[in-house]
Ligand binder design. Structure first.
Ligand code: CP
Ligand code: NVA
Length: 308
């Protein structure tokens, strides 16, 4: 059975803890892992743009002794009708792993079903597990623990909200999603997250009430109001999300030393005020850095030489 990294709900809490531990070690001593993926090739399919995911995966596989091959939307035959299944079957004959950023989550499931090498989810419309693994590493570094903390996600019930629900629930955190009417997270994801939380001692709260969601939060998280592919809805979303901006007044509802987090890219003056993202509570660049370390842990786990 080929192992993939498609969703934080697919992994056991022990597997996730082990990944965070590898990430911690990789970050402490990168040269110790310089041959972990020697000679291995990672194909990187991007149907959407990317700064962090692209560069951190490409630098990460290189630093582990392997190489990445960037395949943008116009570089391969998908836009001319070649199926993802055929793409996955063919790439499996050349490469040791595939990383893909696609629109429909079903596309990454199809890719994984056809691939004979590990597939890593580099973001779909539904989930963004690599980002949240890096976020969990960041929270652990800053707070020394995950279990028992409260993370309040304020904004669109999107791929980030979903993966934070899964990641937080796996680690016994309380995750609240605070959203405007009409932008709730996917009910199936919420049900799954509640099940994970029941097993871990965590909790899930979905609310439209900002104060209810943010009170006592150790971490306040937000993301863009219009995700990639929703550009045409940007103007109406800015209206619907008024009142859900993370600014100093909203941060004051959380715990006094609460962290501010954002997966980036950010839009200052929309989902977050500059005073917050550029202020002392913000750890957004540490999060971005931790993409590199967390993804190296994933690569070592899935592609790494057997003794690791
Ligand atoms: N956070 C994140 O995934 O950024 P990119 O879209 O730039 O990869
Ligand atoms: N929700 C955002 C996340 C970007 C990293 C998007 O999908 O565009």
């Amino acid at each position: 059975m080929v192992r993939h990294f498609l969703s934080l709900a697919d992994q056991s809490p022990e597997e996730l803890r082990a990944l965070l531990e590898i990430a911690r070690q990789v970050k402490l001593n990168p040269p110790a892992f310089a041959s972990a993926c020697r000679g291995q090739t990672l194909a990187m399919i991007f149907q959407k743009p990317s700064l962090r995911t692209r560069v951190s995966f490409e630098a990460g596989i290189f630093q582990l002794g392997g190489q990445g091959v960037y395949l943008g939307p116009k570089d391969i035959q998908l836009h001319r009708g070649e199926s993802l299944r055929d793409t996955g079957r063919v790439l499996s004959r050349y490469c040791d792993g595939l990383m893909a950023r696609v629109y429909a989550h079903q596309d990454i499931l199809d890719l994984a079903a056809s691939s004979t090498v590990p597939v890593i989810n580099g973001l779909t419309d539904l989930l963004h597990p690599c980002q949240v693994l890096a976020d969990l590493l960041t929270i652990q570094e800053k707070r020394g623990q995950l279990t028992g903390l409260k993370l309040a996600y304020v904004g669109d019930g999107n791929n980030m909200a979903h993966s934070l629900l899964y990641g937080g629930a796996q680690f016994g955190m309380t995750v609240s999603v605070v959203h405007p009417r009409g932008y709730a997270p996917n009910p199936e994801i919420v049900t799954n997250a509640r099940q994970l939380a029941a097993n871990s001692g965590g909790a899930v709260l979905i609310t439209e009430d900002v104060e209810e969601g943010v009170v006592d939060a150790d971490v306040v998280y937000t993301d863009v109001w219009a995700s990639m592919g929703q550009e045409a809805e940007h103007r109406e979303r800015v209206q619907h999300f008024a009142g859900y901006q993370v600014n100093a007044a909203l941060m004051a509802m959380a715990r006094p030393k609460a962290l501010f987090m954002h997966c980036l890219p950010a839009h200052r003056g929309e989902e977050v005020a500059a005073e917050v993202i550029d202020g002392p509570a913000s750890v957004v660049y540490d999060q971005a850095e931790n993409r590199l370390h967390a993804q190296k842990a994933i690569l070592i786990r899935l592609l790494g030489r057997k003794h690791l």
